[in-house]
Design a protein around this ligand. Structure first.
Ligand code: OXT
Ligand code: ADP
Ligand code: MG
Length: 580
C-alpha cells in the first residue's frame, strides 16, 4: 500500500481491518449468529466473509422471505433477526417484512447496502440509486445510516437496542457501498465496537398501578384473561401459567399465543370465544392489543356498552386507551408485571364464581360437540375439517414441532381445529393477516430452534413464497409443507361473470401439482386426496425430517369468501344478483 493510500491513524505494517469485517465483528460481538438474505452488489462479499467468520448465512430466493425469516427469528429468540439485502430493489423487497415485523412487534434489523451518498443526494443516477433511509423511516421503529467505518460499532449497537428495547420492532441500517471498503487500524477498529449491555432492560410497573389492577380484578364476577403474542414473546411461560391457575380465571389465547398454556387446559375458553367476550365484566389483556382482531374492544361482540372494565399489561404506554378506556393500565414488561400481580394476589385469592365458569364450560361443550361432528366426516374430496383432523393428530403426537399457518380458510379452520401444547409453536399471518410469511417463517423456525416444521398453507398463500422450496431443499431442512389446494383464493369455483375467456379473479389452474415443484429440487413430493393418504404422507415426512411438499386436494367448493372475516370484505351495492 502506498503512503497516499494509507488509512488515517494507521502505523505502517499495522494490522488492518475494513468495513466488511467490522460489520461482521459488531454483529458477532452481540451474539448474532445467523444472517438471512439475498447476495448482490454491494453486499456479496459481506455474506461470504460472514460465512467465513463462522456465521450461518442463509441465502434466499427473494428478500421478502429472508426478511420474514429474520422477523420470526427475532420473535422466537428475543434477539433481533438480521436480514441482509442489496440496494434499492432488494431493499424494497425486504421492506414489507420490516414493516410487518414492526406492526407485529418482532425485533429485526434490515441491513441494506446502498448507493453512494454524493450521487444519490444530487440524483445523478447511480446504480440502484435510492434514498433508502428516507423511504424506510416511516415504516420501521428506527432507521440509521453509517458513513464511516469507525462508526459501524455504534451503528450496529443502536440498531440492536432500538429493535429489542421497549416495544420490539423493525430497524433499518443503511450501509453505503463505499463503507465496506474503508480500511482502518485493526486495534482501533476493535475498540470502536460496542457490546450492548442489557439491550431490553426490565421495565418495572409502578406499585400503585399493580394495586389498581388487583382492585379491579377483585371486584370481577365474570373475569377473563386474553393472552396475546406479546405474552408468548416475553418467555415467562411459567409465571403466566401460575397467574392463570392461581387466579382461576378463564383465558383465551390470541392466535400466536395458542400453546403458551396447552390449549387443552381446563381454563382455556377458546371454544367459547363469543360467550366470554360478550359476557365477561373484567378483561385482563396480557401482551395483546384491542385492534381489529378483537373488534377494537367494542361493538356487539363485547356486550352492552359500559359492561366491561379492562386491565391491560403492555410495555408501550401509548397502547393504553388506544381504542377504549383502560381502567387499570399496567405499563411494564410482562415478566415484571405478572410477577408483581402474583405477589400481590397473596395466598387467599378468591376464584371466579362457579356460575361463570360453568356457563363457559357448557358453551365449550356445545361448540366442541359441533366441531366433532364436522371432524368426524371422512369426505372425499377432502373438506377442510377432514384434512385438518389428521393434522391435529400430527401436532398432538409431536407437540414440539412448529406449526406455520397461512391462507384464509386454511388459516381460520386450522386455528380452531389444531390444539397447540407448547409456547411459541404456532406462527402465522399475525396482525396484518399478510400472505407470504409461510416459507420464510418455516425456514427460520427450524434454523433457530432445531425443531421440525409443519407448514399448513393455502394454495394462494403458498404462491407468495413458494420458490423458497429450493432453499428448503438446498439446506436440507426438516420442513413438511401441506398445500391445501382448492384451486384458488377462498374457493376454486368462481366464474368470470362477464362471460369472457379470462378466468375469474380468484381462481388458479385447476388440478395444479405443487408437489412436483418440491420434487424438481430433490425433495419429496406427494399428491393426496384422502385423509388416510394425508396422514401417511405427513407422518413419513415428520419421521424422516426430509423436505417434503404434500399437495392436499381440497374440495374447491369447501371454502368461504375471506374465511372467518368475510364481514370485513366490502361488497358493491350495485352488484346484480349472480353478476358483476
Ligand atoms: O364462540 P363461537 O360460538 O363464536 O365460536 C367460535 C369459537 O368459540 C369456536 N372454536 C372452537 N369450537 C370448538 N373447538 C375448538 N377447539 C374451538 N376453537 C374455537 O369457533 C368459533 C370461531 O372461533 P375463532 O376462530 O377463534 O374466532 P373468530 O370469530 O374467527 O375470531 C376472530 C378473529 C378475527 C380473531 C379470527 O378470525 C382471526 O384471527 N382471523 C385472522 C384472519 C386473517 O388474518 N386472515 C388472513 C387474511 S384474509 C385475506 O386478506 C387474504 N388475501 C389477501 C391478501 C393478503 N392477506 N396478503 C397479501 C400480501 N396479499 C393479499 C389472500 C390473497 S387470504 C388470501 C389467500 C387465501 O387463499 P388460500 O388459497 O391461501 O386459502 P383458502 O382460503 O384456504 O383458499
Ligand atoms: P396479538 O396479535 O396476539 O393480540 P399484539 O401483537 O396485538 O398481539 O400485541 C402484542 C403486544 O405485546 C404489543 O402491544 C406489545 O407492545 C406488547 N409486548 C411485546 N413484548 C412485550 C413485553 N416483553 N412486555 C410487555 N409487553 C410486550
Ligand atoms: Mg386456496
Amino acid at each position: 500500500m502506498s503512503a497516499a493510500q494509507e488509512p488515517v491513524g494507521a502505523e505502517p505494517e499495522a494490522e488492518l481491518t475494513d468495513g466488511f469485517h467490522l460489520v461482521i465483528d459488531a454483529l458477532m460481538l452481540n451474539g448474532i449468529k445467523t444472517i438471512y438474505g439475498v447476495p448482490g452488489i454491494p453486499i456479496t462479499d459481506l455474506g461470504r466473509l460472514a460465512q467465513a467468520s463462522g456465521m450461518r448465512v442463509i441465502s434466499f430466493r427473494h428478500e421478502q422471505n429472508a426478511g420474514n425469516a429474520a422477523a420470526i427469528a427475532g420473535y422466537l429468540t428475543k434477539a433481533p433477526g438480521v436480514c441482509l439485502t442489496v440496494s434499492a430493489p432488494g431493499f424494497l423487497n425486504g421492506l414489507v417484512a420490516l414493516a410487518n415485523a414492526t406492526t407485529n412487534c418482532f425485533p429485526m434489523i434490515l441491513i441494506s447496502g446502498s448507493s453512494e451518498r454524493e450521487i444519490v443526494d444530487l440524483q445523478q443516477g447511480d446504480y440502484e440509486e435510492m434514498d433508502q433511509l428516507a423511504v424506510a423511516k416511516p415504516l420501521c421503529k428506527a432507521a440509521f445510516r453509517v458513513l464511516h467505518a469507525a462508526d459501524i460499532g455504534i451503528g450496529v449497537a443502536r440498531a440492536i437496542r432500538a429493535a429489542v428495547s421497549g416495544r420490539p420492532g423493525g430497524v433499518y441500517l443503511d450501509l453505503p457501498g463505499k463503507l465496506f471498503g474503508q480500511v482502518m487500524d485493526a486495534e482501533a477498529g476493535r475498540r470502536s465496537l460496542v457490546k450492548v449491555i442489557d439491550p431490553a432492560p426490565a421495565q418495572i410497573p409502578a406499585p400503585s398501578a399493580v394495586d389498581r389492577a388487583l382492585d379491579v380484578l377483585r371486584g370481577a364476577k365474570r373475569p377473563l384473561i386474553i393472552l396475546g403474542k406479546g405474552a408468548a414473546y416475553a418467555q415467562v411461560d411459567d409465571d403466566i401459567r401460575a397467574l392463570v391457575e392461581k387466579s382461576g380465571i378463564p383465558y383465551i389465547p390470541m392466535s400466536m399465543a395458542k400453546g403458551l398454556i396447552p390449549d387443552t387446559h381446563p381454563q382455556c375458553a377458546a371454544a367459547a370465544r363469543s360467550t366470554v367476550l360478550q359476557d365477561s365484566d373484567v378483561v385482563v389483556m396480557i401482551g395483546a392489543r384491542l385492534n381489529w382482531l378483537l373488534s377494537h374492544g367494542k361493538g356487539k361482540q363485547w356486550g352492552p356498552p359500559g359492561s366491561k372494565k379492562f386491565i391491560q399489561i403492555d410495555i408501550e404506554p401509548r397502547e393504553m386507551d388506544s381504542n377504549v378506556e383502560i381502567a387499570a393500565p399496567l405499563v411494564g414488561d410482562i415478566g415484571s408485571c405478572v410477577a408483581a400481580l402474583l405477589r400481590g394476589m397473596g395466598d387467599d385469592w378468591k376464584q371466579p364464581p362457579a356460575e361463570w365458569t360453568s356457563a363457559i364450560d357448557a358453551k365449550k361443550a356445545t361448540n366442541i360437540a359441533r366441531m366433532a361432528t364436522r371432524l368426524g366426516k371422512n369426505s372425499t374430496p377432502m373438506d377442510y375439517h377432514s384434512a385438518l383432523r389428521v393434522l391435529r393428530d400430527v401436532i398432538r403426537d409431536r407437540p414440539d414441532a412448529i406449526l406455520v399457518n397461512e391462507g384464509a380458510n386454511t388459516l381460520d379452520q386450522a386455528r380452531g381445529v389444531i390444539d397447540m401444547y407448547q409456547p411459541r409453536k404456532r406462527l402465522d399471518v399475525g396482525t396484518w393477516g399478510v400472505m407470504g410469511i409461510g416459507m420464510g417463517f418455516a425456514i427460520a423456525a427450524t434454523i433457530e430452534t432445531g425443531k421440525p416444521v409443519l407448514a399448513i398453507v393455502g394454495d394462494s398463500a403458498f404462491g407468495f413464497s413458494g420458490m423458497e422450496v429450493e432453499t428448503i431443499c438446498r439446506y436440507n431442512l426438516p420442513v413438511c409443507i401441506v398445500v391445501f389446494n382448492n384451486d384458488g383464493i377462498y374457493r376454486g369455483t368462481d366464474v368470470n361473470v362477464s362471460g369472457g375467456s379470462d378466468p375469474a379473479t380468484t381462481v388458479f389452474v385447476k388440478g395444479a401439482r405443487y408437489d412436483r415443484m418440491m420434487e424438481s429440487f430433490g425433495g419429496t413430493g406427494v399428491n393426496v386426496t384422502t385423509p388416510d393418504e394425508l396422514k401417511r404422507a405427513v407422518d413419513a415426512a415428520m419421521d424422516s425430517g426430509k423436505p417434503t411438499l404434500i399437495n392436499a386436494v381440497i374440495d374447491p367448493a369447501a371454502g368461504s369468501e375471506s374465511g372467518n372475516i368475510g364481514n370485513l370484505n366490502p361488497k358493491s351495492a350495485l352488484t346484480k344478483k349472480g353478476g358483476a
